[in-house]
Design a protein around this ligand. Structure first.
Ligand code: DGL
Length: 267
């Protein structure tokens, strides 16, 4: 029998947002060994410039690839993907799967033909978003809003800290109070942090709104790209890596364990 292939999948985000992608990856590939990297040393990405992200992410992923020898890297972060995916692919000799704002799935289900894109400031200003809107939502009104606060709320929620309803409502209003916002029936959660608090957003929405994200599509893509590879016979405990020293609070430790990340280390 060939030796077991224990090479992990490496999922990367600025913080805990990529856990929303990990959830889908685990459902598709339950025995995949996982290294989950949170770049807390560079967090947050959404308020940084394109130049800062383009300089930081490929170099960091190069170090991480050397250290953890993954079979594939998933940039589980819209901000890093929309800005640095090409640079990472050019720098690494490994399959790299990125995260695309879920504008296509949003347009597919919108009945009112008015959709919202909720992401970070850095993501919603990318030409990539114009391109996706033109290609897949040409007949829709596409409104965008960047919210750094919603990223903080998701980080806090995963630490088990209380987060106020009013702050979720403010983030939604950033979209819904724009011209035409009263017609929006679907919102693409274009930051991987946001699906982690989708239930909170739904609870404060002024009317039923469908939230969509890209996690399922990313998991299917990873399963496709690794389709001819073998996996360990049983699920292994995953590893969470932080790029800067962090005193991991109990609430966060529990959340990470809930996603199968039992071991925590600093880079
Ligand atoms: N989770 C990230 C994204 O998908 C970014 C959060 C941040 O660091 O601002 O865009």
């Amino acid at each position: 029998m060939p030796p077991e292939d224990a090479r992990p999948l490496l999922l990367f985000d600025s913080g805990i947002g990529g856990l929303s992608v990990l959830r889908a990856v685990r459902a598709a590939l339950p025995n995949a060994p996982i290294v989950y990297v949170a770049d807390n040393g560079g967090f947050p990405y959404g308020t940084k410039s394109e130049a800062e992200i383009a300089a930081r992410v490929p170099a960091l992923l190069g170090r991480l690839a050397e250290r953890y020898r993954p079979r594939l890297i998933c940039i589980a972060c819209n901000t890093a993907s929309t800005i640095a995916l090409a640079g990472v692919r050019a720098a690494l000799d490994l399959p790299v799967v990125g995260t695309v704002p879920a504008i296509k799935p949003a347009a597919e289900v919108s009945k009112t033909r008015a959709i919202g894109v909720l992401g970070t400031d850095a993501t919603v200003r990318q030409p990539y978003v114009d391109d996706l809107s033109a290609r897949f939502a040409g007949d829709c009104l596409v409104l965008r809003h960047g919210s750094a606060r919603l990223v903080e709320l998701a980080e806090a929620a995963l630490r088990g800290l209380p987060t106020p309803d009013a702050d979720y409502r403010t983030a939604l209003d950033g979209l819904l109070e724009q011209d035409g916002g009263d017609r929006v029936d679907v919102i693409a959660l274009a930051c991987t942090h946001f699906p982690l608090v989708a239930d909170r957003l739904a609870a404060v929405a002024p009317r039923p709104i469908t939230f969509v994200d890209g996690a399922g599509g990313i998991a299917r893509r990873i399963a496709f790209l690794t389709g001819d590879q073998s996996w360990p016979a049983a699920p292994a405990p995953g590893l969470a890596v932080f790029t800067a020293p962090l005193d991991v609070p109990d609430g966060l430790r529990r959340s990470l364990a809930g996603f199968g990340l039992e071991t925590i280390e600093a880079l």
